[in-house]
Design a protein around this ligand. Structure first.
Ligand code: T5A
Length: 213
């Protein structure tokens, strides 16, 4: 009989430039100092195979990528990521922190690409069954601010080259998701200074840790 208490699955979401990668290190430090064993990962990607799919998805190319192809590749990478890394780690009692997950498919493919939530939901059911994140930190930022940060950083990938209107649809899809499940999402105002974002995140993490450890 397996007596290990399963770990939690935590995701971090937001529009381009919201500061997910930047804040990830704080999340990891906090959890580690609470004595929690963690795995840090990302989507698309997270395993060698899924990272190859990530390269296919992000690289700039002349050929137009079909929207359904794009969505299927997101879920193909996710399926591999779930079976190879996420689920086994959680079963061993580790907490998995993932930079983006299926909410990003709802936001980018469902919202940004206009494919709608229903299609995403069908694939989510196929690939994940009932598996969902336990907690999601949504870093909310206006599209303009996010893009300013991305531009300041330099070279843009295939998604970052989209028009502002695409990212407005992405953000409104995220806000719809948050509204539909207020207990899972913690919304952080990502327009604040790095220090203030860290402070808000830190308080939310303290709460999460104290209720699960
Ligand atoms: N995608 C992904 C889909 O379309 N569907 C899916 O299902 C999934 C899973 C992934 C792309 O794939 C798409 C979405 C994405 O377009 P990625 O490279 O992982 O590509 O892209 P992002 O996750 O968007 O990563 P970014 O690096 O663009 O954004 P972050 O991680 O939110 O931002 P970060 O931390 O790198 O910060 C950006 C810049 O802002 C500064 C940082 O120093 C950095 O320079 N910054 C701040 N500046 C001022 N104040 C703050 N509070 C700041 N926070 C960060």
């Amino acid at each position: 009989m397996n007596s290990v208490k399963p770990g939690l699955f935590i995701t971090v979401e937001g529009v381009e430039g919201a500061g997910k990668s930047t804040q990830l290190s704080l999340i990891l430090k906090k959890l580690e100092s609470a004595g929690i064993e963690i795995i840090s990962t990302r989507e698309p990607g997270g395993t060698p195979f899924a990272e190859s799919v990530r390269e296919l998805l992000l690289e700039n190319r002349d050929e137009k990528v079909d929207q359904i192809t794009e969505m299927l590749l997101m879920f193909a990478a996710r399926s591999q990521h779930l079976s190879q890394l996420i689920k086994p780690a959680i079963a061993e009692g580790k907490w998995v922190v993932c930079d983006r997950f299926t909410d990003a498919t709802y936001a980018y493919q469902g919202g940004g690409r206009n494919l709608g939530f229903e299609l995403v939901s069908q694939l989510e059911q196929l690939v994940q069954g009932d598996f969902r994140p336990d907690k999601t930190f949504y870093l909310d930022l206006s599209v303009e601010q996010g893009m300013q940060r991305v531009v300041a950083r330099g070279e843009k990938d295939r998604f970052e080259r989209e028009e502002l209107d695409f990212f407005e649809k992405v953000r409104s899809a995220y806000l719809r998701l948050v509204e539909s499940n207020p207990t899972r999402y913690v919304v952080i105002d990502a327009s604040q200074s790095l220090e203030s974002v860290q402070k808000d995140l830190s308080l939310a993490l303290d709460k999460l840790i104290s209720s699960h450890v």
